[in-house]
Design a protein around this ligand. Structure first.
Ligand code: ADP
Ligand code: ZN
Length: 720
């Protein structure tokens, strides 16, 4: 327990265990990549700080702020220990319930407790240099008017519920009344009015004097949900998401901790909000992959919501029009209560969906030698439908999950392809706005590391002047549309255009108010938004996500298609959807066309089961990365050999041995100059996987050199 501490302890702050009056030990969690808390000694007369209070402690040659974690049960071996320098909080900074939750997440994800705490706290609170520590010491800082502003755009009075909404609300109220853990999956089609149910359930929970946590997938979505909640609950609501400034985040965090605000809405990390006595947790759009953090502390906020709900005796609602295969499996097996909402509010119908088979179209076009007056990405059907819709004064949304102007650039003379020197992937051409851009031809950007270089029309290899661009992204679509539909008001939403958060809010609001005619965007535009004037949705290339090399590519495609289709016809006029594809026979298109989630689940779950993929099997991915290719390869090889040996020795609880797949280079084999390898552990038993992982980690120090980063990804989403 105190191994790291003793080996690094080299200055005057440590005292021998036998010094008189110095027998009070305390374990402190410090934000370092070490798996246990460090043990320290308290000065003679100091009372131990409460669990969850911050303390200043020496680590190596510097001072760090850690969190008092526990009084160690057994006396550590008689080594020299360092002293706690200062106790920074009189009371616990973290509420008791949050502490147990963090401990559990740390152990579940094999992620160091100190770093889990650092992730859960607002920025700055664990900084030894920050002067604000003095302010916080002894009391909590005053709110300094850092509340971010959000537009509110809904009725303040609760709506008269539809029959289906009423049924769901009643079920939630029954669950709330039990004051015990009760998970519910609300499978409600898009536009069935789930938000109104969440609003009224939140009200019920507040009446019981308990707090409410609402998770939404992305900032883009918070805008709308927050607007609704603020107009209904005012000051009671607090917002937590990564788009806030550091000061705002701290301010909001303390408002919650002080109990000034009992409703928290936020993205993934809001799962760590310092709420006490949570009665209701809602995970909206529970299927959304952004609930899984994709680097460092790789937690899944939806899964953690269930855990936190269990620890707080709360009702947990997972809501979605397209539940994840994993949540749906839990619902039909009875682990969660399943409630279905089949109808849209106000008798609105689900949009009609048409699949356009690009294969036949392309052939026919060639046959007739049509010199088409439209770009290759646009079918005649979609072009005509867009024209009709615009003529009726209605709105169009076009979805393509790829940014940029062209997806790669090459020289037809010598074959040279422009690639990122750090990531070995092709560079995407972002032409940018010619009128405002200083770089005449825009930039080439790496979508992995963000590296940019000016897009020059000359090949660096042969000096050829005929450099060509191929493949299209949202930027090209928007540019082409301006030519095809002159006069239409067109906007684009993707990661390139929303670097400024305000832009996102403005565009969403403008589109909602009808100040724009066509909105083009990536998956960002598929989520939760409610656009009453939108009647035509076009999916430009369903194949992009369908051909993605991940085991859940089909599930993701079904979700994207259903979600984006669900944006159409939410107002008074009916909507329609056109999906362009080269794979029209794929079962996912049938299911999306008929809005048939159950049929999709049947097919998809059979395939997953056969291959032992989640949720029918469990996975842990061990990721290794570093700058030296040979070293990464060797290290991963050694760990894999040990893993295979350990796997044989594990007394299986699941019936079969843990499969050790790899070592293998990751599909994205190099990012930001770091080579990436991985070992995938697969089993039907999570306990077996964990046992193996624990065994490996206990030998990490001997096997993995410090220049190699080893990360454990429990329940990985992306395996790229
Ligand atoms: P979902 O999240 O299920 O896709 P929303 O919660 O966004 O659906 O609701 C869709 C639309 O229906 C919203 O504009 C909402 O204000 C409206 N709405 C919800 N419930 C009712 C109701 N009971 N009566 C009238 N309109 C409603
Ligand atoms: Zn790169």
């Amino acid at each position: 327990m105190s191994k790291e501490c003793s080996s690094k302890a080299r200055d005057e702050t440590f005292v021998g265990l036998n010094s008189p009056g110095c027998n009070q030990l305390i374990d402190v969690a410090v934000p370092l990549p070490i798996y246990t808390a460090l043990t320290y000694i308290l000065s003679g007369h100091t009372l131990p700080p409460p669990k969850g209070a911050r303390v200043l402690v020496p680590v190596g040659r510097r001072n760090m702020v850690g969190v008092a974690w526990r009084i160690p049960a057994e006396k550590p071996p008689s080594v020299n220990l360092k002293r706690v320098k200062r106790i920074l909080d009189q009371g616990p900074l973290l509420p008791e319930s949050l502490i147990s939750f963090l401990e559990w997440t740390s152990s579940y994800y094999f992620y160091p407790i100190g770093q889990v705490i650092a992730e859960a706290l607002p920025p700055g609170l664990l900084s030894a240099r920050n002067r604000r520590i003095a302010q916080i010491n002894g009391g909590l800082p005053k709110s300094r008017g850092c509340r971010p502003k959000f537009p509110s755009w809904s009725t303040e009075i609760p709506l008269q519920l539809t029959q289906e909404q009423e049924i769901v609300l009643n079920a939630i109220c029954d669950a709330l009344a039990t004051r015990s853990y009760h998970p519910i999956l609300v499978h409600g089609v898009t536009g069935s009015g789930k938000t109104e149910v969440y609003l009224q359930a939140a009200k019920q929970c507040i009446r019981q004097n308990r707090s409410v946590l609402i998770l939404v997938p992305e900032i883009a979505m918070t805008t709308q949900a927050v607007g609704w909640f603020i107009s209904r609950f005012g000051e009671e609501v607090t917002v937590l998401h990564s788009g806030l400034t550091e000061a705002q985040r701290r301010d909001q965090w303390f408002r919650i901790k002080k109990g000034e605000s009992r409703i928290v809405i936020g993205t993934r990390s809001a799962i760590f909000a310092p709420l006490s006595d949570i009665g209701l947790i809602v995970v909206d759009e529970e299927h959304d992959p952004s609930y899984k953090q994709s680097e460092k502390f790789r937690y899944q906020a939806r899964d953690m919501a269930l855990l936190r709900g269990r620890m707080s005796d709360a009702t947990v609602i997972l809501g979605s029009a397209t539940p994840s295969v994993s949540s749906f499996k839990n619902a039909i097996s009875g682990k969660y209560q399943l409630i279905t909402m089949e109808k849209r509010v106000a008798e609105r119908s689900l949009p009609g969906v048409v699949v356009v088979d690009r294969r036949k179209k392309e052939k026919k076009d060639q046959h007739h030698k049509l010199k088409s007056a439209r770009p290759g990405w646009l079918s005649e059907e979609l072009k005509e439908a867009t024209r009709d819709t615009l003529e009726r004064g209605e709105q169009v949304l076009l979805f393509l999950n790829r940014r940029g102007f062209a997806t790669y650039v090459f020289c037809p003379d010598c074959g040279h392809v422009f690639r990122c020197p750090h990531c070995e992937v092709t560079l995407t051409w972002h032409r940018g706005d010619k009128r405002t851009n200083s770089e005449k031809d825009g930039v080439l950007r790496c979508h992995y590391c963000g590296m940019e270089s000016a897009a020059l029309p000359v090949c660096p290899q042969c000096m050829g002047q005929a450099v060509k661009a191929l493949g299209y992204g949202t930027e090209k679509i928007a540019t082409d549309l301006e030519e095809i539909f002159p006069g239409a008001r067109i906007a684009r939403l993707d990661r390139d255009t929303v670097r400024a958060r305000r832009h996102m809010e403005e565009v969403v609001l403008d589109f909602r108010k009808g100040h724009l005619d066509i909105l083009v965007g990536t998956q960002m535009i598929t989520k939760g938004h409610d656009f009453p004037g939108l009647t035509l949705v076009g999916v430009l290339c369903a194949d992009l996500s369908l051909n993605f090399p991940e085991y859940h590519a089909t599930e993701r495609t079904f979700q994207l298609l259903s979600q984006v289709a669900g944006r159409a016809g939410r107002g008074e006029r009916p909507g329609r959807v056109i999906i362009q594809t080269w794979l029209p026979d794929h079962y996912v298109l049938d299911c999306a066309t008929t809005h048939d989630f159950n049929a999709f689940y049947e097919k998809e779950s059979k395939l997953r089961k056969a291959l032992g993929y989640p949720p029918f099997g469990r996975l842990i991915n061990l990721r290794f990365s570093g700058r030296k290719k040979a070293q990464i390869c060797d290290t991963t090889g050694n760990v894999a050999r040990l893993a295979k040996k350990l796997a044989k020795g594990i007394k299986s609880t699941g019936g079969s041995q843990v499969e050790v797949l790899g070592p293998a280079p990751a599909p994205r084999a190099k990012i930001k100059d770091r080579y990436r390898w991985q070992i995938l552990l697969k089993s039907s038993s999570l306990a077996d996987l964990r046992a193996l992982c624990t065994g490996l980690l206990s030998r990490k120090a001997d096997m993995v050199p410090s220049s190699v980063r080893m990360e454990v990804d429990v329940d990985p989403y992306s395996l790229l």
